[in-house]
Design a protein around this ligand. Structure first.
Ligand SMILES: [Zn+2]
Length: 513
């Protein structure tokens, strides 16, 4: 019986021919290369809209723009769809920090998300702490009132990071990716936690109880860049107002400036800083939101092909690479498809997610609501499940597509191999069979729905959750190519007789990294 089933499904899958519609590809290439609007879109998002922390006022404003932009492109069924009881909004309104003793210097840093402001402009003495274990806390008891604390060890500066420009995958590297056929081994058990260690939450509570004024940290050695995220515990208390207001302010500082303070303090010379922080915390809990828009299909309009990228960013820069570039690519792909006036059989839907940086919340809630998950009894399978065809995501920076990962779904190899052919000249040549993470295609994949990430050149530079991720370092020619390629993949997926094949069986518990 098993044998018969396997033969039958192989026969059915084998039936579909994945031809390339070269005429439409030519139109897509012409529109995307001769009349590209992607640099304008990326510039608007990075320069005018700026950072878009999930659920912030910044994000609300940007989502209003996204709706207008989708209208301008000519999409229909445009919707802002709320999801989950997310939490309180948080926006930084003003920040400045200076060293005023023993030498004057402006310093570069920013408050980390979901921490409070500070009363007025304060002059504070800086103290270094070295706390790993509970016993370490005792050394500082009674000594920290009204101080600014250097709370993390000095980061080691990475001298190499920005020296290589935009590295391309070599032929050997691509060959290696294409030859890696085996799924990763399952995750082993976690090593036990040392009970003597102090978590950052416990450490910060200690600082609070000791009357500290502000916590300073520097956790990344990227030259000149500040990397800082959200207050420890923010996720646990669901971005709560009380949790934020009652926490100490935390400021992330560029490693060079942070290390300078450490070296001076270690000489027993007093360091004084002047700091001012204003933040705006929402008055009510509210839902976070995704933005969606469509090109409605024809004879198979109830079936859905999706493309998307996360619209939310960390808060200290427009995050041009992560993931404003991905959003620009997907919007441009939709614009191209409208401009060349395709008439898709299936409905094509774009999703600009929110809550990705905090744990893929937007995409997961969306999948649960519209398609469901047959592996999760709490969610169950929804009506849309069978009518879903495939989802394509971009979130590996702004580098150009060099291929696509099958996400361990061998049944799409034939289709993707065929659809890559028109882009051979752009270096789009490689199929990686493995599963990759950890972004918005994962909730689809976990539910057994075909969902894919492209294989992209990894652009180094300043990106990745820093204060330095702006328009200037984005390789515009790369993202132009990506928009053309994803438009073509989406078009071909929407025109198939049968939906893209799914994996026969789900690997529910396998680690996906
Ligand atoms: Zn991202």
């Amino acid at each position: 019986m098993k044998k018969i089933l396997i033969c039958l499904s192989a026969f059915l899958i084998g039936q579909e021919e994945y031809d390339v519609d070269w005429e439409t590809v030519a139109k897509i290439r012409e529109e995307g290369f001769q009349r590209s609007e992607i640099s304008n879109t990326l510039s608007y998002m990075t320069d005018v809209l700026g950072a878009r922390l999930t659920n912030s006022e910044d994000m609300r404003r940007a989502q209003g723009w996204a709706v207008k932009e989708m209208k301008r492109i000519g999409l229909t069924n445009i919707e802002i769809e709320p999801f989950m009881d997310y939490g309180y909004s948080w926006d930084n309104q003003y920040f400045s920090i200076h060293m005023i003793e023993p030498d004057y210097q402006t310093m570069v840093g920013y408050p980390i998300a979901h921490t409070p402001g500070i009363n007025g402009r304060q002059k504070l003495t800086v103290v270094r702490t070295q706390i790993k274990t509970k016993a370490d806390l005792e050394k500082y008891r009674g000594k920290l009132r009204g101080k600014a604390i250097l709370a993390t060890p000095p980061p080691k500066i990475d001298q190499e990071r920005y020296r290589n420009g935009t590295p391309r995958y070599t032929d050997e590297q691509l060959k290696e990716i294409s030859e890696k056929p085996f799924p990763k081994a399952p995750r082993g058990p976690r090593p036990p936690v040392n009970p003597d260690l102090v978590s950052s939450e416990e450490r910060n509570t200690f600082f609070k109880n000791e009357g500290v004024s502000v916590i300073l940290e520097s956790k990344s050695g990227w030259i000149a860049a500040v990397r800082g995220f959200a207050r420890p515990g923010a996720k646990k208390d669901k971005w709560d107002r009380k949790g934020t207001v009652e926490h100490l302010p935390i400021v992330a500082i560029t490693p060079e400036h942070y290390n300078r303070m450490i070296r001076i303090v270690d000489r027993d010379i007093q360091v004084k800083i002047e700091v001012e922080i204003k933040t705006k915390i929402g008055k009510n809990r509210r839902k976070a939101r995704n933005v969606l828009g469509e090109i409605v299909g024809s004879d198979k309009k109830d079936e859905i092909v999706m493309l998307g990228a996360h619209f939310d960013t960390w808060h200290a820069s427009p995050n041009a690479s992560d993931n404003t570039s991905g959003v620009a690519v997907m919007l441009e792909a939709m614009r191209i498809l409208k401009a060349v006036n395709i008439q898709p059989r299936r409905t094509i839907r774009i999703a600009l997610w929110s809550g990705e940086e905090q744990g893929l919340h937007g995409s997961r809630e969306y999948v649960n609501k519209h398609f469901g998950n047959p592996n999760d009894p709490e969610v169950g399978q929804k009506d849309g499940y069978e009518n879903f065809s495939a989802y394509f995501n971009q979130d590996y920076g702004p580098g150009q597509y060099r291929g696509i990962y099958l996400q361990d779904n061998e049944h799409v190899r034939k289709a993707f191999t065929s659809w890559m052919k028109p882009f051979d000249d752009l270096g789009m040549t490689t199929i990686g069979s493995q599963s990759v993470g950890s972004t918005d295609h994962i909730p689809f994949d976990r539910a057994g729905l075909p969902a894919f990430q492209f294989l992209q050149d990894r652009v180094g530079g300043t990106g990745g959750h820093t204060n330095l991720d702006f328009y200037d370092t984005i390789p515009i020619e790369d993202i132009k190519k990506n928009a053309v390629i994803v438009a073509s993949f989406i078009y071909h997926t929407a025109m198939l007789d049968e939906p893209l094949p799914r994996k026969l069986k789900l690997n529910v518990n396998r680690r996906i990294k």
